[in-house]
Write a protein that binds this ligand. Structure first.
Ligand SMILES: Cc1cc2nc3c(=O)[nH]c(=O)nc-3n(C[C@H](O)[C@H](O)[C@H](O)COP(=O)(O)OP(=O)(O)OC[C@H]3O[C@@H](n4cnc5c(N)ncnc54)[C@H](O)[C@@H]3O)c2cc1C
Length: 415
């Protein structure tokens, strides 16, 4: 069969997959495009904290795919992908449907990694999707309500304690957000903000492994100024979890922490579908992520493109949305070139800065390792950068907008 008449399948509608689809649509790509995701809605993960806090309009942060793809020519299929047959070029879905593709885009992201810690999956809240944020928000409000009604002091303390496992960027951003947000929810119920505890647990000696000392210092200072207390337990290993209890090891001593809310932000693992692909170990990294060529193809299957958190490039880019959406644009460009018989081009990714939420109305923007903008101005920069990037039908011609636009840089450089 002529591969041009077969569809291009995009598996996973996260930053890589959705942006590939939107770019292909704008490029008037000829083959049919089908985007498959298990969710009805796209989630803008860097703003998941705003989703939890209600600081931003949910429709912008969590739009439906069919709304985003209206009139784009992209067919959206809501289904769970069950198997990918790279030899037969077929994809099988949970509903029993299957598709044969001409080209395939693998953009399935990663999943939470629990590293074999006993009870971790069962006893902790993940914080990766819109549903996760909603479930966490509902649980926290319930704990605060119950804390106002219990007479048991130990139980009350546990209800008012949130343990965040992992002091990477998402653990820290969540801790800072909750330390401002929980008092807002608790004091109207008659509670005191001083009763609340947010405890961040980290195995290593420092928070934000791999980030600059300056950013670490800024973040630590910001954490000290939150409304509720944020405690950092460093060099502390999580041993096991049971209901409302974390067993910890610190300097060979085993301790327990009682917390009615335990959130796991400690790491990523390979999507099980990616793990089952017949790709050799030489074409994967230690985590099982797929190595891709400079043109974002699989070395042994050039009809298959891949990007985002399920892949790794030679120049070891961070697993971030900032990289994933640029890879989506690059994949779309190369799919277009392939369909027109043109030469494919190597992918260029620009890393422009780190944006972190450090509480309600407070953020830090670290730009090009040169400028750091903190506090309320940092918050405005972070919001402006992301709002510029939120995909909406009205704005989706702006999808080439950069993570931090040149205009924004120009103003910061003058500050
Ligand atoms: C809380 C949080 C905060 C973050 N903050 C930032 C930030 O500030 N800056 C930044 O740059 N990055 C941030 N990131 C990282 C960023 O979100 C990821 O790097 C990015 O989403 C990766 O894009 P992706 O397309 O590879 O995968 P994803 O965006 O994870 O998308 C994968 C998609 O595949 C779908 N899928 C998976 N398996 C199946 C299946 N079997 N069937 C059907 N569909 C499936 C999923 O539903 C999902 O929609 C954050 C991540 C989290 C969790």
């Amino acid at each position: 069969m002529n591969p041009m008449t077969l569809p291009t399948l995009i598996l996973g509608g996260g930053f890589t997959g959705l942006f590939t689809a939107l770019h292909l649509s704008h490029q008037h790509y000829k083959p049919p495009i089908i985007l498959i995701d298990q969710e009805w809605n796209f989630i803008f993960k860097p703003l998941l904290y705003e989703f939890l806090s209600g600081e931003m309009n949910l429709q912008n942060l969590w739009p439906r795919y069919d709304y985003l793809l209206h009139n784009s020519g992209v067919v959206f299929v809501r289904d769970r992908i069950q198997a990918i047959d790279l030899q037969q070029r077929q994809v099988h879905l949970a509903s029993g449907l299957h598709y044969t593709y001409g080209n395939l885009v693998l953009s399935l992201g990663g999943v939470a990694g629990y590293f074999g810690v006993e009870g971790a999956k069962e006893q902790t809240f993940p914080f990766r999707t819109g549903e996760d944020a909603m479930a966490l928000g509902r649980h926290l409000r319930d704990c605060l309500q119950r804390a106002t009604q219990t007479q048991d002091l130990q139980q009350k303390r546990a209800l008012l304690t949130v343990a965040i496992l992992g002091a990477g960027r998402s653990g820290i951003e969540l801790a800072a957000t909750l330390a401002d947000l929980l008092p807002d929810w608790y004091t109207p119920l008659g509670g005191q903000e001083t009763e609340l505890r947010v405890v961040v647990i980290q195995r290593g000696k420092e928070i934000l492994k791999g980030d600059s000392d300056r950013l670490r210092q800024t973040v630590q200072t910001a954490l000290q100024h939150r409304t509720a207390l944020v405690e950092l337990l460093l060099e502390t290993e999580v041993i096991s979890l049971t209901q409302n209890t974390v067993a910890l090891k610190h300097k060979e001593q085993i301790e327990t922490l009682s917390a009615a809310t335990i959130v796991w932000t400690m790491g990523n693992s390979t999507n099980p579908l990616i793990a089952t692909l017949p790709i050799t170990e030489t074409n994967r990294d230690k985590q099982g992520r797929l190595k891709v060529t400079h043109t974002l193809q699989l070395p042994d299957f050039p009809e298959v493109f891949a990007g985002g958190d399920c892949t790794v490039m030679e120049n070891l880019l961070p697993a971030t949305a900032q990289v994933a959406y640029q890879q989506g644009a690059a994949i779309a460009h190369n799919l277009q070139a392939l369909s027109e018989g043109r030469v494919l081009v190597p992918t260029q990714i620009g890393l422009r800065g780190t944006l972190m939420k450090l509480g309600l109305d407070e953020s830090v923007a670290e730009l090009f390792d040169r400028y750091e903008v903190k506090g309320n101005l940092g918050h405005l920069i972070r919001q402006a950068a992301y709002i510029d990037l939120l995909p909406t039908p009205a704005r989706n011609f702006k999808i080439t907008a950069e993570w931090l636009s040149d205009e924004l840089f120009y103003h910061i450089a003058k500050v």
